[in-house]
Design a protein around this ligand. Structure first.
Ligand SMILES: [Zn+2]
Length: 271
């Protein structure tokens, strides 16, 4: 991965927290080289990975609570980005529905999707790119392309279509499609956050260890990017800014504080 003062990095994050888990090391290195870093979040985490952990335990979580959670997570994103040194005017929140990204491209490309978590049918949160825009795949693509036009990335870090979370897989495919239309597919490097049961192995804060390849990425290159010690510690601080997430899955989150981050140049096994 070439990183110079001419680099414009775009990190494509399905949910608030993925960007720090996958990519804090490269983010810091690009900034250190004098390049620009931008981050785009497709959802605000308003159904979230939390639904696995919290909603099933507490079925009384109401739509308004989930919308409040999204606002908190967006604020945590801003704090985490500030810790890494990413300026606030380079943060883009699209505000599409958590757990809804794949359905937007399978059933709701034209017709409007309704979130079963928040009951919203349109982008609602203050600070998003296009408030009021209906939840459709077409609108999401349009907003994503607006971000690409603003950022003009020379390097894109996107979720691998092999990631086991459907929002992540769909986010990877949205990125591939948009970059392919620009003949810039080779600018994408792919990461995995949901890599299979029990991964990262071992679970927990083990900052001396390297990241091991994700089982779901079998057949992908998964090349290591080595972090300096200070970059790794700043990554830990950025992850810790996500208080809402640390409350429910700190062991998983801190598993990403390792001496390496892994990136593939191929989205899928094979060439
Ligand atoms: Zn995620």
């Amino acid at each position: 991965m070439l990183m110079t003062s001419a680099t414009s990095l775009l990190v494509v994050s399905p949910h608030p927290d993925d960007e720090v888990l996958c990519c804090s090391g490269v983010i810091q290195r690009v900034l250190h080289a004098g390049g620009h870093v931008s981050i785009v979040w497709l959802t605000s985490g308003d159904g979230s990975e939390l639904d696995l952990l919290v909603v099933e335990k507490s079925l009384l979580l109401r739509p308004s609570k989930l919308r409040e959670l999204a606002l908190r997570r967006m604020q945590e994103s801003r704090e985490a980005a500030a810790i890494l040194g990413v300026p606030s005017d380079r943060l883009y929140f699209l505000g599409y529905p958590d757990r809804g990204i794949l359905p937007l491209f399978t059933d709701y490309y034209i017709t409007t999707y309704r979130s079963r978590f928040t009951t919203s049918t349109a982008v609602t949160y203050p600070g998003t790119l296009s408030p009021g825009r209906a939840y459709t795949g077409q609108n999401l693509e349009h907003d994503f392309e607006t971000v690409l036009d603003k950022v003009r990335p020379t390097l894109v870090l996107a979720p691998s279509p092999r990631d086991s979370h459907p929002d992540h897989r769909a986010t990877g495919l949205v990125t591939i499609r948009a970059m392919a239309q620009r003949n810039e597919l080779s600018r994408i490097h792919y990461w995995i956050v949901h890599g299979g049961e029990f991964w990262p192995i071992p679970r927990g804060y083990e900052p001396e260890l390297e990241m091991t390849p994700a089982p779901v990425g079998h057949g992908l290159s998964q090349n290591p990017f080595k972090l300096e010690a200070d970059e790794e510690q700043r990554k830990r601080r950025a992850i810790s800014a996500y208080h809402t997430q640390m409350e429910v899955m700190s062991s998983f989150l801190l598993s990403f504080v390792r001496t390496t981050e892994l990136y593939s140049t191929n989205p899928m096994p094979g060439n």
